[in-house]
Design a protein. Structure first.
Ligand code: AOS
Ligand code: ZN
Ligand code: ZN
Length: 431
C-alpha cells in the first residue's frame, strides 16, 4: 500500500462537497455518449488505464535565461521531489512513474531511492542523461559539444555519463534511457555537419551496446537551442535515420516543442509509427519555440490530433507500438504541482477524446474524399466535454474530483514552506 502524503480524509471531504453536481454531470455525459453508441463505463476504464510520467526536474520552479523566481517550500533534494510527485499522483491518479535526471537528481544510494519511491507508490520511468552543461568540477567541458565533440576524450566522458545513467537506472527499475544533447553550432562553418553526425552515431552506438536486455534508448531531436544556428540531431528524419542505424533497441522521441513553427507534428508521429520507430513523447505546449508551457494550454486541438494518431495505432494493433509518455515542462509562474496535475489531465483528456472518434465513419469519409465530414467527425469527438469522465476515473482510484482545488485546500505548499526552509540551493526546473 502506498503511503499517502496528503490526508485521504481531506480528499474524501473535498470530493463529498462536489459529489452531487459531479454525479449529475457524469450521468448526463453517459446518456449523451450512449446516444452516439459509446459506453461511458468502457471509456472510464480507458481513462483509468492511461498514464503519463513526471520529470524529476518538473517539480521545481523553472526559469529562463533572464532569471528564476523560486517559491517557498520547493523540494530541496530528490527525496522531497519524490514526495511532491506522490502528491500529484495521489490527486491526479495517472502519474505513477517518475523520470529521473542525472546528475541533477543523482541518488547517493539508488536502492534506497527505489525503496523511497515504492513506499510512496511510485516507480521509475526513463532515465535522462545530461551532457548539455558542465556540472562536475575538473571534468572536461561540454561547451563545444558532448557526444559529438571534436575531442575524443570529451566524447568518451559523455558516453561514460550515459553508461552511469544506465547503471543507476538498472538499480531503480528503469528500462529506458532518453538522450538529448545540446550539441550544435552558433555560427555557419563552426561544425562539419557530416562529421558531427558520424561522431554522434559512433558515441550512441557505444551507449546502445551497453543497454541491458529489455531496455530502450530514445533519441530526442531538437531544432535549436542552446545552439542557434544548427543542431546535430535537428529533426525527426535525422533521428529516424540514426535510430534505424543503431538497431531495434533505439527509437525516436518527439518533444512537442522541438520543431519548426507550424510543422505538422501529428503527421510526423504517424510517419514514425509507420516506420516502427516511435519511442515516446515529451509533452508540453508552445507558442513560439521550445517554450515548455503546460500541455494543452496553447494548442489543445493539436494535442488531440496527435492522440488521434496514437489511438488509431493502438486500435489497429500496430506491431511493437508502445510509446512512453512523459511531461517535459518548465513551470515558471505557477505552482509546479498544480501545473503537473492539470497537464497530466490535459494529456489524458486528449487520449480519451481521441478514443471517441468514429473510426468507421472517418474511414468512409476518407474513401469518398468527403473532407468536410471528415473534419466534422474529428470535431464531434474533440468538442465532447469528457471532464466528468476524467473526474470519475480519478475518484474511483481514490484521487480528487478537482485536483487543483483539493491541492489548495490541503495547504501542502504552505506546510512545505515551514518544513523546507530555504537556504540550501535547490536545483530548480529547467533554467
Ligand atoms: C531539452 O530541450 C529537452 O526537452 C530535454 O528533454 C529536457 O528538457 C531536459 O532533459 C531537461 O533538462
Ligand atoms: Zn524534452
Ligand atoms: Zn525541450
Amino acid at each position: 500500500m502506498a503511503r499517502p502524503v496528503l490526508d485521504p480524509q481531506l480528499v474524501a471531504d473535498e470530493n463529498a462537497r462536489r459529489a452531487a453536481d459531479f454525479a449529475r454531470d457524469f450521468g448526463e455525459l453517459g446518456a449523451r455518449l450512449k446516444r452516439r453508441g459509446l459506453e461511458v463505463e468502457a471509456l472510464t476504464q480507458r481513462a483509468q488505464a492511461f498514464t503519463v510520467a513526471i520529470p524529476s526536474w518538473g517539480v521545481g520552479t523553472g526559469g529562463t535565461r533572464f532569471g528564476r523566481f523560486p517559491q517557498s517550500g520547493e523540494p530541496r533534494d530528490v527525496y522531497e521531489k519524490l514526495e511532491d510527485c506522490a502528491v500529484v499522483q495521489q490527486l491526479a491518479r495517472c502519474t505513477p512513474a517518475v523520470s529521473l535526471h542525472v546528475p541533477w537528481d543523482r541518488p547517493d544510494d539508488p536502492r534506497r531511492l527505489k525503496g523511497a519511491a515504492a513506499d510512496l507508490g511510485l516507480s521509475f520511468d526513463a532515465m535522462n542523461s545530461n551532457t548539455f552543461e558542465d556540472h562536475t568540477p575538473g571534468q572536461r567541458s561540454y561547451k563545444f559539444g558532448s557526444l559529438t565533440h571534436t575531442d575524443r576524450a570529451v566524447r568518451e566522458q559523455a558516453v561514460a555519463q550515459n553508461l552511469e545513467c544506465i547503471e543507476i537506472g538498472k538499480a531503480i527499475g528503469s528500462t529506458a534511457l532518453t538522450v538529448w544533447i545540446g550539441d550544435g553550432g552558433n555560427f555557419p562553418g563552426q561544425l562539419h555537419f557530416r562529421r558531427a553526425l558520424d561522431r554522434y552515431l559512433e558515441s550512441t552506438r557505444a551507449i546502445c551496446a551497453a543497454l541491458p536486455d529489455g531496455w530502450k534508448m530514445y533519441l530526442e531531436h531538437k531544432l535549436c537551442e542552446p545552439a542557434f544556428y544548427s543542431t546535430v540531431l535537428n529533426d525527426w528524419g535525422t533521428s529516424y535515420v540514426c535510430a534505424k542505424e543503431l538497431g531495434p533497441k533505439c527509437l525516436c522521441l518527439v518533444d512537442l516543442g522541438h520543431h519548426a513553427p507550424n510543422v505538422n507534428i501529428e503527421s510526423i508521429v504517424s510517419r514514425l509509427i509507420q516506420l516502427g520507430k516511435l519511442g515516446g513523447f515529451h509533452f508540453n505546449d508552445s507558442k513560439y519555440s521550445d517554450d515548455d508551457l503546460d500541455s494543452g494550454s496553447i494548442k489543445p486541438f493539436q494535442l488531440f490530433l496527435i492522440f488521434h494518431e496514437l489511438v488509431g495505432a493502438e486500435r489497429e494493433k500496430v506491431a511493437g507500438f508502445a510509446p512512453a509518455y512523459l511531461l517535459d515542462q518548465s513551470h515558471n509562474v505557477t505552482d509546479p504541482l498544480e501545473s503537473l496535475m492539470s497537464s497530466a489531465g490535459e494529456v489524458q483528456r486528449a487520449y480519451v477524446k481521441a478514443s471517441l472518434v468514429d473510426a468507421a465513419r472517418l474511414a468512409e469519409c476518407q474513401e469518398r474524399n468527403d473532407a468536410l465530414l471528415a473534419l466534422q467527425t474529428l470535431k464531434d469527438a474533440y468538442e465532447t466535454d469528457v471532464s466528468p469522465l476524467l473526474a470519475e476515473a480519478r475518484r474511483r482510484a481514490g484521487g480528487a474530483i478537482d485536483p487543483v482545488a483539493t491541492f489548495r485546500a490541503s495547504r501542502y505548499r504552505a506546510r512545505c514552506a515551514e518544513r523546507r526552509p530555504a537556504g540550501k540551493r535547490t536545483s530548480g526546473g529547467i533554467v
